[in-house]
Design a protein around this ligand. Structure first.
Ligand code: HPA
Length: 271
């Protein structure tokens, strides 16, 4: 058995059902899972080969629960490259979900706003990404059982899911822009020169997660929806520095809106 299969078998042993939809909760969003009914939780420490999350605001557990009629799996806590994990490790949980039969993946994250039209505290749909992390979870021998050697990434973020999310947001009078996410390694925030560069190459958002997960999900043929919370304007956009506390505080303020939105959007994402 591979490491992935071993982890998948352990998850199966703990959970009565495996939903087709899974959600990755970014920093401070663990509360979403607390509102699910009939919860079953597995701490990552009980799952073999599973990377532990060390980042503040990341709980580190896999949660099965129900949202109304909908069963879903939540990953509360993710492995970031800046914690020292390899890209394969950062994508490990997503691959296990894929092996378990998850077909639709919703990711949330905190990001810096590069596009000056964005505002701190806004939710932005990710339409595409630019991988500047210098690594890719698919490097190495390809497991043809998981997916192709050279996967297509031309619609990495499902167009239909984005359309549904925009409609729901409009119905709920939630402002929802769309933008390209530049994934960087971190953990230092960017310099103003780096942000000017990112703007010039077409990025609207910048962050330190999501890209390895989205690549692994696409490799396995999952459909992806990703939403960034603009926790701060990126370096040099405003005449002040970036403070991690402020990033966390903004995340906490937008959390309720994001949770409200997800509760309406998730049941409409049939796979
Ligand atoms: N840059 C990179 N990652 C981030 C930022 C940022 O400004 N804000 C939240 N995550």
């Amino acid at each position: 058995m591979t490491d992935l299969e071993e982890a998948a078998a352990t998850v199966r042993g703990h959970l009565p059902t495996i939903p087709r939809l899974a959600l990755v909760l970014g920093s401070g969003l663990g509360v979403f899972a607390e509102s699910l009914s009939g919860r079953k939780e597995i701490p990552y420490t009980e799952l073999p080969h599973w990377p532990r999350s060390t980042a503040v605001g990341h709980a580190g557990k896999l949660i099965l629960g129900r949202l109304g009629e909908l069963d879903l799996l939540c990953l509360s806590g993710r492995a970031h490259l800046y914690e020292g994990y390899t890209a394969r490790e950062a994508a490990f949980a997503i691959r296990v979900l894929g092996l378990l039969g998850v077909r639709s993946l919703v990711l949330t994250n905190a990001a810096g706003g590069i596009n000056p039209a964005f505002e701190q505290g806004e939710l932005v749909l990710i339409s595409d990404h630019i991988n500047l992390q210098g690594v890719n979870p698919l490097v190495g021998v390809n497991d043809d059982e998981l997916g192709p050697r050279f996967p297509d990434m031309s619609e990495a973020y499902c167009e239909r899911y984005r359309h549904i999310t925009k409609l729901v947001a409009a119905e709920m009078q939630i402002t929802m822009a769309e933008g390209v996410y530049a994934g960087l390694l971190g953990p230092s925030y960017e310099t103003p020169a780096e942000i000017r560069y990112l703007r010039a190459i077409g990025a609207d958002l910048v962050g330190m997660s999501t890209v390895p997960e989205v690549i692994a999900a696409n490799h396995m043929g999952m459909k992806v929806l990703a939403i960034s919370c603009v926790t701060n304007m990126a370096a040099g956009i405003l005449p002040r520095g970036i403070d991690h506390e402020e990033v966390l505080e903004t995340g906490a303020k937008v959390r309720d809106t994001l949770v409200r939105l997800l509760k309406e959007v998730l049941p409409r994402l049939e796979s």
